[in-house]
Ligand binder design. Structure first.
Ligand code: NAD
Ligand code: UGA
Length: 454
């Protein structure tokens, strides 16, 4: 029986391994983490992350061929294939601070694998890493006495949070990068045979290691670039009375452009887009490709600008002061259907509102615990019920596209708010015409405001 180990039981490690275990009953899958609370939660029915459909998948294999554990060393010793899915945050100190990847966890893991291995292993980079990280990993792994053979593969993950299970069950492609040596090709085949148990062979793509590493950074850079591009046009729409949804639709019908990822918003969030683009920027700078670095850096700059512009519009609309005004954020997660708040635009918007001395109230169906941890501010109120959260507010700002917000009784909400009541829809989620008719002053993204003000 093939034994798989995954080091790192996070947003990627947990769901990915649960789906492998469900689809490959003949494979033993163990997921380890240094965080005992996370492992305890994976063993319970209150999983450490909120992801639609995840609990059912975990329950289908847990205790059969899916095991969660804190025994990292033992897991390494037993495994044939080791996925490394630890976090790779942006460096906050020293050379490359704010841009390069902090690879300290990565290197520790490599050393731990070396120390605990007495049989040959395939080591799979699942985390998103700078190009040529596999080389550093190989150097550490090969620094031992040479009795064990390590073959390093790159197998980046393309799932999106909120749709992780469907993305894993029916992926656009599986990418496996390996060396063009005999052992490299054999390792690719072994890993491909696992995915082939539920993914059609034409979707399993093999490349060299460096193309695989670079393709992951490039995919995220392209996706984020589309959002920054449409958000840049949103600001032009607001200035000219064009409508960004109409522009998105019109350009998205061109099959060369495509309709996806053209939703204007308060900005993209999530743990990866910014981090991965900055990794790409750092890589370009390292190779002296300064113009290329500048080009990609602008995608991140446009995203920051979009968040700032959103708050500036709020302040201008609310008579140039929000001091002491109660402002309720509808949603704090970086997108719907997740409780993840990493790099959420709601975080920067909240901080800007607090700097302007507004009273900030936050409601979110899944992300209140993370929001409180991230903001760590006594001045903020957290309220599960959106009606309570909006009561007495001067303004609502929609930060996350939770579908349930569309079905709220906005007449009731309007009645409970201070007048004139404002809605700033950072996701173009709500029915703006209806809200305007109720009496709200409505400020969408990339569209003319609908107001009752002179
Ligand atoms: P995460 O922070 O949710 O999970 C990482 C886990 O690794 C944590 O639970 C942490 O305790 C554990 N860990 C760290 N060092 C360890 C060690 N030495 N031994 C054992 N466990 C250790 O991160 P994530 O969101 O799952 O992301 C992991 C990687 O996958 C990142 O490189 C990210 O860029 C990439 N990725 C993430 C997503 C996503 O949607 N979140 C999608 C694709 C790729
Ligand atoms: C993204 C990619 O979509 C995944 O393929 C990738 O694996 C993952 O990053 C990763 O490497 O971590 P994720 O960040 O989970 O996935 O979610 P997305 O659906 O990409 O949304 C990212 C952000 O962009 C969210 O804040 C979302 O609201 C925003 N967005 C998305 C827009 O503002 N407009 C859009 O049209 C699409």
């Amino acid at each position: 029986m093939t034994k798989i180990l995954c080091i790192g039981a996070g947003y990627v490690g947990g769901p990915t391994m649960a789906v492998i275990a469900q689809n490959c009953p003949d494979v033993q899958v163990t997921v380890v983490d240094i965080n005992p609370d996370r492992i305890a939660a994976w063993k319970s029915d209150t999983l450490p992350i909120y992801e639609p459909g995840l609990l059912e998948v975990v329950q289908s294999s847990r205790g059969r061929n899916l095991i969660f554990s804190t025994e990292v060393d033992q897991g390494i010793a037993d495994a044939d294939i080791i996925f490394v899915s630890v976090n790779t945050p942006t460096k906050t100190f020293g050379r490359g601070a704010g841009c390069a990847a902090d690879l300290q966890y990565w290197e520790k893991t490599a050393r731990q694998i070396l120390e605990n291995s007495t049989s040959d292993k395939i080591v799979v980079e699942k985390s998103t890493l700078p190009v040529r990280t596999a080389r550093a990993m190989e150097r550490i792994l090969h620094s031992g006495d040479g009795n064990v053979h390590f073959e390093v593969l790159s197998n980046p993950e393309f799932l999106a949070e909120g749709t992780a299970i469907t993305d894993l069950m029916d992926p656009d492609r599986i990418l496996i990068g390996g060396h063009e040596t005999e052992t490299g090709q054999a390792a690719i085949e072994k890993l491909a045979s696992i995915y082939a148990q539920w993914v059609p062979p034409e979707k399993i793509l093999t490349t060299n290691v460096w193309s695989s590493e670079l393709s992951k950074l490039t995919a995220n850079a392209f996706l984020a670039q589309r959002i920054s591009s449409i958000n840049s046009i949103a600001s032009v729409c607001e200035a000219t009375e064009a409508n960004v949804d109409e522009v998105s639709r019109a350009i998205g019908m061109d099959s060369r452009i495509g309709a996806k990822f053209l939703r204007a918003s308060v900005g993209f969030g999530g743990s990866c887009f910014k981090k991965d683009i900055l990794n790409l920027v750092y890589l370009c700078e390292t190779y002296g490709l300064d113009e290329v670095a500048d080009y990609w850096r602008q995608v991140v700059a446009m995203n920051s600008y979009q968040g700032e512009r959103f708050v500036n519009r709020m302040i201008s609309a609310m008579f140039n002061t929000i001091v002491g005004k109660r402002i309720t954020l509808f949603g704090f997660a970086f997108k719907a259907d997740t409780g993840d708040t990493r790099e959420s635009p709601a975080l920067t918007v909240s901080r800007q509102l607090l700097a302007e001395r507004a009273d900030v109230v936050i409601t979110d169906p899944q992300a209140l615990v993370n929001a409180a941890k991230d903001l760590n501010e006594d001045a903020v109120t957290y309220e599960q019920d959106p009606y309570e959260a909006a009561k007495g507010a001067h303004a609502i700002a929609v930060m996350t596209e939770w579908q349930q917000y569309r079905d709220l009784d906005f007449v009731r909400i309007h009645d409970s708010m201070v007048k004139p009541a404002f809605i700033f829809d950072g996701r173009n989620l709500l029915n703006h015409k209806e809200l305007h008719e109720i009496g709200f002053n409505v400020y969408p993204i990339g569209k003319a405001a609908l107001t009752h003000l002179e």
